[in-house]
Design a protein around this ligand. Structure first.
Ligand SMILES: Nc1nc2c(ncn2[C@@H]2O[C@H](COP(=O)(O)OP(=O)(O)OP(=O)(O)O)[C@@H](O)[C@H]2O)c(=O)[nH]1
Ligand SMILES: [Mg+2]
Length: 209
């Protein structure tokens, strides 16, 4: 299984011209504000404060790059869905994220995070559509699994599996994994899936419609 030995913050990117010069494979962390992206990233690296947790949700506009094992990147994308963000910023976010996904090649795997207690929001569904369209392999990670009793979590998982059956069988969804930073559930499964995808050949770039 993949073992994370080193993890360092590299840089924040707010414009694609600032992407790291050294093009390594990337594992993306995507999801609405407060869903647990930075917490997941920290837990994967067994570090408490590696990923900066924004005290003001919706304020982080940067794509944060972390270099792992000096071999690949963890990329923490700005959270979306924060109500107080002005429309102009929202449009900027969409353009940045879509251009980012279009690059194809370097992206090994995306983790699409959704709170295990909730249903996907319209923006979550839009993100999944983009990932399918740009042929980015992704996992649905159901966060904060410790907050649900096991029976309810099982039910949620079944619901997600049947709802996204076509993405799982014909689209780019490679699995649905419950996760908790409290119990560590899901961590080893994610490490295994990340390792598998880092070893896959890169995809070609796909043009927008
Ligand atoms: N109980 C529990 N709380 C969690 C879990 N994951 C995250 N949290 C809490 O949820 C809150 C938000 O977590 P973050 O990791 O900062 O969320 P984020 O997606 O990075 O948020 P933004 O950076 O604002 O987009 C924090 O208070 C975390 O402690 C989990 O697995 N279990
Ligand atoms: Mg964060």
């Amino acid at each position: 299984m993949l073992k994370i030995t080193t993890a360092e913050f590299l840089q924040g990117v707010s414009d694609l011209r600032q992407l790291p010069k050294n093009e390594l494979r990337e594992v993306l962390f995507i999801g609405r504000s407060n869903v647990g992206k930075s917490s997941l990233l920290n837990k994967m690296c067994n570090r408490k404060n590696l990923a900066r947790s924004s005290s003001t949700p919706g304020k982080t506009r940067e794509i944060n790059y972390y270099i792992i094992n000096n071999a690949f990147y963890f990329v923490d994308l700005p959270g979306y869905g924060y109500a107080k963000v002005p429309e102009q910023m929202r449009a900027g976010w969409k353009r940045l994220i879509e251009d980012f996904l279009k690059r194809g090649g370097p992206i090994a795997l995306a983790m699409q995070l959704i709170d295990s207690r909730q249903e996907p929001t319209p923006l979550d569904l839009m993100m999944m559509d983009w990932l399918d369209y740009y042929e980015v392999p992704y996992l649905l990670v159901l966060t904060k699994a410790d907050k649900l009793p096991v029976s309810k979590l099982t039910k949620q998982l079944e619901g997600y599996r049947s709802r996204f059956n076509s993405q799982l069988s014909e689209g780019c969804c490679r699995g649905i994994v419950p996760f908790s930073i409290v119990t560590g559930d899901g961590r080893s499964e994610l490490l295994k899936l990340i390792e598998d995808h880092l070893n896959h050949a890169p995809k070609q770039k796909k043009e927008a419609i």
